[in-house]
Design a protein around this ligand. Structure first.
Ligand code: ZN
Length: 152
């Protein structure tokens, strides 16, 4: 899967000034792309509590997991609810009102890429744990969730 078609449409829409990738969206994007964001730090703390040793620079692994333990073959992703489009009842996975079809397609593509990443890691023998941004609020619950998800 390639992001190119979306980049092209995004540029075209931006040129016609109909795509509002300004303030809100790009601020969100910047927050998501910056390493060591608040949810990520909370998950790191919870992982340590759950007894998981990890590295945070994992660009050699598919999807660059936020936390990884190569010996135990564990990959943890901390997904922002907006860009990874959590869906369901998550209040953070909103869709912009303008260019709705474009954003729905883009979020669908993001999710397809996440699935492909999980599959690739699973094929490599990794256990993949996905923690959603909106689930990070309760550290106690989070470390129990991690402890359950991690293979002995
Ligand atoms: Zn969510």
């Amino acid at each position: 899967v390639s992001a190119r078609p979306f980049k092209r449409v995004e540029r075209r829409l931006a040129g016609r000034r109909v795509l509002h990738t300004d303030a809100t969206a790009s601020a969100r994007m910047a927050r998501v792309r910056r390493a060591g964001t608040a949810p990520e730090l909370v998950v790191r703390r919870a992982a340590s509590l759950a007894g998981l040793r990890y590295t945070v620079s994992n660009k050699d692994l598919p999807g660059s997991p936020d936390l990884a333990n190569r010996t135990r073959r564990i990959a943890v992703f901390v997904h922002g609810c907006y860009w990874h489009h959590h869906g369901g009842r998550c209040v953070k996975s909103t869709v912009p009102k303008s260019n709705r079809a474009f954003w729905l397609a883009k979020f669908a593509w993001n999710r397809a890429r996440d699935r492909a990443t999980r599959r690739a890691l699973t094929r490599m023998g990794f256990t993949v744990v996905v923690i959603w941004e909106c689930q990070v609020a309760d550290p106690g619950r989070l470390s129990r969730q991690l402890a359950r998800a991690l293979p002995g």
